[in-house]
Write a protein that binds this ligand. Structure first.
Ligand SMILES: Cc1cc2nc3c(=O)[nH]c(=O)nc-3n(C[C@H](O)[C@H](O)[C@H](O)COP(=O)(O)OP(=O)(O)OC[C@H]3O[C@@H](n4cnc5c(N)ncnc54)[C@H](O)[C@@H]3O)c2cc1C
Ligand SMILES: NC(=O)c1ccc[n+]([C@@H]2O[C@H](COP(=O)([O-])OP(=O)(O)OC[C@H]3O[C@@H](n4cnc5c(N)ncnc54)[C@H](O)[C@@H]3O)[C@@H](O)[C@H]2O)c1
Length: 489
């Protein structure tokens, strides 16, 4: 059981403020523990100081050490960062419970079709703890020195942790991001995505605010753990960065599974009344009116903000972008030459594989051979809801904008009930959409809604990079029976 879990409130009968965890800069200023070398009050030298032990920092530190650089990595919390501790890993594990429950609920209706949160979270925590140890172990084996504590950059070549000073020619900011808060009266009563993974039980009902990755994933997961979910979305659709047709299909699928969707709903007040929360919002069709709903808890998922406060970057002249992330050039150099930044600390795609690719490439560039840069034009991405969404390449709207005329773009859309859903007896449709160059047949985008979508889209990313055309798909022999075969023939 981690410290976070014991200090954070559990939603249940009583709604309350539940943000005490790593979203806030840690108060601890003194190193808790250290790897080899380095004593308090002493200063030391290194080739490379990495601030942040998440996906980006760990990947970069290990690769730099493998090139023979002396590397110090500073982390104020658990090694592994957001992905391991409060992001991809615990979320994906919980989604297995949710998806399996959904599949089984059709044919085993006597189970009630709900997975048990208490049981699931124990398994999730065990895996997170295993990964924390494994990540730290791999860093130490690579020769990276770990210092536990809160780092500040005191000069272009100097980092402080408590009373320890580390001087290095190069500094990496890989401090990640934290959930944005909802700046409305009562916004502090809502939980955020970090809190969810500390819950020992789930509330009976929840208002999820935000229709992006986290809002959709958590609405889907929580509903499968038996929570009554209202999903409030400020815009007129879910998943604004995904293809509109897929987002619409998902909205229907979520509603069919019992999630109550409120589009064009701008939440403006949260208050506590009679042991529950009252969430007030302005409906888009009647903006002069306020409507409200009651729930035992609220979850805010309205984006994330880079962790740059308190690092001392301002004083050094490190420039930030419009969204508050560190501004970097193509080599991930900030406006101060010795300071680099990657991952969620900069602006751009905030995904684990993007962060690790940036880290490894940067370490190669600084300390080893010049590595080949990952192709960030075709980044596959998935939303681990039920049914899952997978996408790579351009949406139809993006393709039309890039082509200049709608007639230059063609789409192929297939709707079908998978064998899995037939077995489950739920009749839910899967949707597969290809976005094509109308003249050449080149595949510009692949957008899928099905539980197999994330696995298929990973392979399709390679095909898109290699310039796959519709004719290649048509002449590739299918693998039967799969859902992937719907893309071919
Ligand atoms: C709920 C959720 C689900 C997600 N699911 C997915 C998914 O399925 N797939 C996917 O690709 N991406 C997913 N993401 C995004 C992914 O987790 C992030 O893009 C990724 O973790 C970013 O890595 P990072 O190293 O840049 O930052 P982080 O992993 O956040 O690491 C930064 C580290 O820096 C430390 N730190 C910060 N400031 C200091 C300081 N001053 N001194 C010392 N240490 C400091 C922090 O404690 C933290 O450990 C998810 C994110 C969330 C929130
Ligand atoms: N499966 C994955 O890969 C995965 C999963 C979770 C998170 N992530 C990463 O974490 C990031 C953050 O996730 P997120 O869901 O918080 O952000 P997001 O950017 O995906 O979505 C935020 C949503 O909140 C809405 N919004 C903004 N302000 C609002 C307000 N005041 N009221 C109501 N709605 C508002 C936005 O319109 C948007 O739809 C993602 O962009 C992604 O990079 C990835």
């Amino acid at each position: 059981m981690t410290k976070r879990q014991t200090t954070t409130a559990t939603p249940g009968n009583e709604p309350r403020r539940a943000r005490q965890v790593s979203a806030e800069p840690a108060m601890e200023r003194v190193p808790r523990a250290r790897g080899k070398g380095g004593r308090p009050g002493r200063s030391r030298k290194a080739d490379f100081v990495v601030i942040g032990g998440g996906s980006a920092g760990v990947a970069c530190a290990r690769r730099a050490a493998s090139h023979g650089a002396s590397v110090v990595l500073i982390e104020r919390d658990e090694i592994g960062g957001t992905c391991v501790n409060r992001g991809c890993v615990p979320k994906k594990m919980l989604s297995y419970g949710a998806t399996w429950a959904a599949i089984l609920s059709g044919c085993l209706s006597h189970t009630g079709g709900h997975e048990d949160w208490r049981d699931a979270i124990v398994r999730v925590n065990a895996e997170v703890a295993r990964l924390n140890v494994a990540y730290a172990q791999r860093l130490l084996e690579a020769g990276v020195d770990i210092i536990r504590g809160d780092a500040t950059v005191t000069a272009p070549d100097e980092v402080r942790v408590g009373d320890e000073v580390i001087r290095a020619k190069r500094i990496l900011i890989a401090t990640g991001a934290r959930p944005k808060t909802l700046d409305i009266p009562g916004g502090e009563l809502a939980s955020n995505s970090d809190d969810v993974f500390t819950w020992q039980t789930v509330p009976g009902s929840i208002a999820v605010i935000g229709g992006g990755y986290i809002g959709v994933e958590q609405a889907s997961i929580l509903s499968r753990y038996g929570v009554k979910v209202d999903l409030l979305v400020a815009g007129d659709r879910l998943l604004p960065h995904f293809d509109a047709e897929i987002a619409e299909a998902l909205a229907g699928a979520l509603e069919a599974k019992g999630v109550r969707l409120h589009l064009n709903a701008t939440v403006n007040l949260i208050s506590q009344a009679n042991g529950a929360l009252e969430v007030c919002y302005r409906p888009g069709n009647k903006p002069e009116q306020t409507e409200s709903l009651r729930a035992q808890a609220a979850l805010v998922a309205v984006g994330r903000v880079s962790n740059v406060d308190g690092l001392g970057l301002d004083a050094l002249g490190v420039k930030l972008g419009d969204k508050g992330g560190i501004k970097v050039d193509r080599q991930f150099r900030s406006s101060v030459r010795s300071i680099h930044a990657i991952g969620d600390a900069i602006e751009g795609l905030h995904l684990t594989p993007v962060a690790t690719s940036q880290g490894r490439w940067l370490a190669d560039r600084l300390f080893g051979r010049r590595g080949e840069r990952a192709d960030f034009d075709f980044v596959p991405t998935a939303v681990f809801c039920e049914p899952a969404i997978g996408a790579v390449g351009l949406t139809e709207a993006q393709a039309i904008e890039a082509a200049g005329k709608p007639e230059r773009i063609r789409t192929v859309v297939k709707r079908f009930v998978s064998l899995e859903n037939r077995f489950g007896g739920n009749g839910l449709q899967s949707v597969f959409k290809l976005v094509l160059n109308a003249r050449t047949g080149r595949v510009l985008g692949v957008h899928l809604m099905d539980n197999a979508a994330p696995e298929i889209v990973q392979a399709m990313a390679v095909a898109l990079r290699l310039g796959v055309r519709e004719s290649h798909l048509e002449t590739t022999v299918q693998l039967h029976p799969t859902v992937a075969e719907e893309l071919f023939g």
